[in-house]
Design a protein. Structure first.
Length: 97
């Protein structure tokens, strides 16, 4: 998938030549942590790694504008387990849990 970036205030997409190809985000994160390459993922997934310098941010001048994520669900006391899990994980990532 192309990376979303900005250059000179303009949004652009960049397709780096793939060395490894993953269809599993967790495997991609682990490969990056192991030093096998670079990836573009939400910073919140690497906050602790960046703090400990296990992972180093690259290409920061080309970082795209932040993307807002909203979770909406019907007003009821019961959420299906997979929806409840997603909402809980989003809250954890945002620091509200």
């Amino acid at each position: 998938m192309p990376w979303k970036m900005t250059q000179g205030g303009q949004a652009l997409k960049f397709s780096p030549p793939p060395t490894y190809q993953f269809d599993d985000a967790e495997a991609m994160i682990e490969a990056t942590r192991a030093g096998l390459g670079i990836c573009q993922m939400p910073l919140c997934l690497f906050e602790k790694d960046i703090e400990t310098q296990a992972v180093v941010p690259l290409l920061e001048p080309f970082e795209p504008a932040p993307v807002e994520v909203h979770a909406l669900w019907s007003k009821s006391n019961y959420l299906r387990p997979k929806i409840r899990y997603l909402v809980d994980e989003l809250l954890k990532l945002h620091g509200h849990a």
